[in-house]
Design a protein around this ligand. Structure first.
Ligand SMILES: [Cu+2]
Length: 196
């Protein structure tokens, strides 16, 4: 498979050299990349990588691929060659650094390759949320570190205090009603008067 484009390229190179003495003097250069190298894409930016060269590229041997932060290929659809520009769609779903690479046959018959890296910031700011803004229960589930332990001991202390207050309230109510009952049943000639 790899030999066919190369043989074609060599044939075109020979032909091009024969027709024009200056054709092979220098191979084409990348003039513009989109996204630009180092660019930061937002959620509304088009998910298309394109490369524009100093000359038309050969449509039969043009490759463009885009990889996500984990190195997985997230290119979609076909490589589209339009004159001096090659484009390909991609689908970004993971926040992080992406690489868009190209390999095309330049007009002098030489393969040229390169690429750019850019970041995709994602649809929401969730990954950069301050940990303090996350509810304690979620943090406790997410990590078993010391902050989570502190949170759970805090909440169990609160629970203990709540139980203690409940016991106190119920106990006081029971004691009050018990003493009220006792006073009612004892009356003026109760045991206390006998002791006196
Ligand atoms: Cu060249």
């Amino acid at each position: 498979m790899r030999h066919l484009p190369r043989a074609l390229a060599v044939a075109i190179l020979v032909l091009g050299t024969a027709l024009s003495p200056t054709a092979a003097s220098a191979h084409d250069a990348l003039l513009e990349a989109s996204p630009a190298d180092g660019a930061a894409l937002g959620p509304d930016d088009p998910q298309v990588a394109s490369f524009r060269f100093s000359n038309d590229v050969f449509p039969t041997a043009a490759f463009v691929s885009i990889t996500d932060p984990a190195g997985a290929d997230v290119s979609s659809g076909d490589v589209v060659v339009a004159g001096d520009t090659v484009t390909r769609d991609f689908t970004a779903t993971t926040v992080g650094t992406y690489t868009a690479s190209y390999r095309v046959t330049s007009s002098d018959g030489h393969p040229i390759e390169g690429g750019v890296t850019f970041t995709w910031d994602g649809p929401t700011a969730e990954p950069t949320v301050d940990p303090d803004d996350v509810p304690a229960e979620q943090r406790g589930e997410a990590a078993a570190g010391s902050p989570a332990e502190d949170d759970s001991s805090d909440s169990s202390t609160v629970a203990l205090i709540a139980v203690a207050i409940a016991v106190l309230v119920v106990g006081t109510a029971v004691a009050l009603s018990a003493s009220r009952r006792r006073r009612r049943s004892e009356g003026p000639s109760g045991p206390h008067n006998d002791v006196d």
